[in-house]
Write a protein that binds this ligand. Structure first.
Ligand code: NI
Length: 177
């Protein structure tokens, strides 16, 4: 287990499409997930995708109980999601502020689908299927975008709504990033 270096926007590895996991329950997969969990926890992330630590596999983790980077956000269960598939449940989107460990110190206003169903597998290959909304749905969309080489700034509709966290929200995120 180890805290790994998180790649930052500009690194071409963040723009690649990740490949599906073929073998579940392996020591290598468990080690990858343990490293991702250590890294996410060390940086107060709400989620992390394997490509962010330079591993081109379709693995994301996310979860939030209380997090100084996202004050007031509703809780999201700690989840390991592999080979995810998303099904959007309505056409409606909602703008919300996002940050990303690969874009440190910044926030942007990003439209996301309000409700979706996601499916995939945990580390042992057990199926996962959930219908979610709100911040949970937003986090899943953000993390799964990483698997397709998409970073949240690419989805901002008006770049006036993109900037440094402490300039956008003075005093709101002490010690972040
Ligand atoms: Ni991110």
């Amino acid at each position: 287990m180890a805290v790994r270096t998180v790649l930052r926007m500009g690194d071409p590895r963040l723009l690649q499409v990740a490949r599906p996991v073929e073998h579940f329950g392996t020591p290598e997969l468990r080690e990858l997930i343990a490293d991702m969990e250590d890294t996410m926890r060390a940086l107060n992330g709400a989620g992390l995708a394997a490509p962010q630590i330079g591993v081109g596999l379709r693995v994301v983790i996310f979860g939030l109980i209380s997090n100084p980077r996202y004050p007031g956000a509703e809780p999201v269960p700690q989840t390991v999601l592999i080979n995810p598939r998303l099904t959007f449940l309505d056409a409606e989107t909602e703008d919300g502020w996002e940050g990303c460990l690969s874009v440190p110190g910044m926030r942007g206003l990003v439209p996301r689908s309000l409700r979706l169903r996601y499916s995939g597998f945990d580390a042992e290959g057990n199926p996962i299927e959930r219908s979610v909304e709100g911040f949970h749905a937003r986090v899943v969309q953000h993390e799964c975008d990483h698997l397709d080489g998409i970073l949240y700034p690419m989805r901002i509709r008006d770049l006036r709504n993109f900037g440094f966290s402490d300039a956008l929200f003075p005093g709101d995120f002490p010690g972040e990033d």
